[in-house]
Ligand binder design. Structure first.
Ligand code: GUN
Ligand code: FE
Length: 453
């Protein structure tokens, strides 16, 4: 057809593919053939027995087909819907305080250091390489208030080939650090400059995201201005909501005219089909309804919710309300930069709820696999481009070897693909991730000359 003749298939993989669909949390395709074109898009998905026909239609020879090894499968790339790139500088430490004290004691003083572009370059290179190595093909990043350092994060993600939403943080009140905050006007102007300059770079996989830190860090004026900027430029929006009880109480006090925390953002046009809000542990059912009605989504960050003793989000209730939901590492409130860790802690959080109430319908590993991939793509409203294996979507994928030599998994019997996926999700790590592809480009193993991690 004319559709297929415009592009050429540049590689074909044969073997087991696992992914999710809206109907099916886990779909296994055994002996599948997946072809990727020169734009990095999936050109066809077929079965091994169709090799002859497909090679003729798409013009490749069967010697060009790469066969997966035993115990290997392809899965969609992991989507981290909420991560603070700047906080990677103290990841794995400083987990001994509740949210608001933690922000004032550790976070704001460290983020203030990103005025220094050399420091920013070091930290941002490390976080992009580390998350790619962990299989994060798409990351939704908070940077800091510094426009130039935030632009640098966009450049680094682009250079390493990671798909990224990048936010210059906006905040004009309640900072413990004198110089780590902006005036409302500065914040608005710098948000504009950040968006304009990042869009001007025309990085194919990196987009700006309007980023009010959260209601306690922003005046109502600033929130409204940012809502307007997002609307006028059809941009993504990210922030935090209802993470911790003290925060929720203070938001009520600071915004007495709003019906709820969700209403604060809604009034300022910050809840749209391209909004992702982190945490949401204490949202009411009415607030979840407002999320569904506006198309806004939630990023579930269980490591952070546990580590800062914030709360336990009931993801089952979020899904029952038909609110889009993905997983976030929330580095450094979360101590792990791996979405696999977020998968495990999502299952733990769901089991805690079942311990407290045996009627609670525990999430299955298949459902959490979907949250980590397709769910994340929906939460970032990128599901027309990524999230699973569909013809026309970008090839964002992990080649997983469950039995990687020196890896953490012992295979005892001959396991089918579903069991292999379950073992990888529960026990695997980056040693099992043999290759990472973003938009058809192999980004791991690294070829940047900096060596492996
Ligand atoms: N709320 C506002 N800022 C932050 C942050 O940096 N981390 C977390 N976990 N919550 C926040
Ligand atoms: Fe966060």
């Amino acid at each position: 057809s004319s559709e297929t003749s415009r592009t050429s298939v540049v590689f074909v993989h044969r073997g087991t593919f696992v992914h999710s669909t809206p109907e099916n949390a886990l779909q296994v395709m055994e002996d599948a053939l997946v072809g990727v074109d020169d734009r990095g898009k999936i050109a066809f998905i077929g079965e091994g027995k169709e090799l002859q026909k497909l090679s003729q239609v798409f013009g490749f020879s069967s010697s060009e087909v790469a066969q997966l090894e035993r115990h290997e499968f392809f899965m969609p790339g992991l989507v981290d819907t909420h991560i603070h790139a700047s906080q990677y500088s103290y990841v794995g430490t400083a987990l001994d305080m509740p949210l608001l004290q933690w922000l004032n004691t550790y976070t704001f003083p460290v983020e203030a250091c990103f005025k220094d572009l050399e420091f920013a370059q070091k930290v941002y290179t490390k976080v992009v390489r580390r998350t790619l190595r962990n299989g994060t093909t798409t990351a939704c990043y908070f940077a800091t208030i510094h426009t130039d350092a935030s632009l640098l994060l966009g450049q680094i993600a682009n250079d390493f080939g990671q798909r990224a939403l990048v936010g210059k943080v906006c905040m004009d009140r309640n900072s413990s650090v004198k110089h780590y905050k902006e005036t409302c006007q500065e914040s608005e102007d710098e948000a504009h400059r950040f968006i304009k300059e990042l869009l001007n770079k025309k990085y194919p996989l990196v987009k700006p995201v309007v980023t009010p830190r959260f209601a306690l860090s922003c005046s109502e004026d600033l929130l409204s201005k940012l809502g307007e900027i997002a609307k006028n430029n059809n941009l993504h929006i990210q922030s935090h909501i209802s993470e911790n009880t003290e925060e929720v109480t203070l938001v009520k006090e600071l915004f007495p005219d709003s019906e709820s925390y969700t209403d604060v953002y809604h009034k300022c046009n910050l809840l749209t089909g391209k909004t992702v809000m982190a945490h949401g542990c204490y949202l009411s059912d009415n607030e979840l309804d407002l999320f569904r009605e506006t198309g806004a989504s939630l990023s579930h960050c269980p490591n952070s919710n546990f580590s800062l003793c914030s709360g336990v989000l009931n993801v089952r209730n979020v899904l029952d309300h038909k609110v889009k939901c993905g997983l976030g590492t929330d580095v450094a409130g979360g101590y792990s930069s791996s979405v696999l860790d977020a998968v495990r802690k999502t299952l733990d959080a769901s089991k805690v709820l079942t311990i407290q109430d045996p009627e609670h319908n525990t999430l299955s590993f298949e459902e959490v696999f979907r949250l980590a991939t397709l769910g994340g793509s929906q939460a970032l409203s990128l599901d027309d481009q990524i999230g699973n294996f569909e013809v026309g979507k970008d090839f964002d994928a992990l080649r997983v070897n469950v039995a990687a030599p020196g890896g953490p998994i012992d295979l005892i019997q001959s396991d089918g693909p579903k069991i292999l996926l379950e073992k990888f999700l529960n026990l695997g790590d980056d040693r099992n991730i043999v290759e990472v592809f973003v938009a058809g480009r192999k980004v791991v193993p690294f070829t940047d000359g900096l060596g492996e991690i």
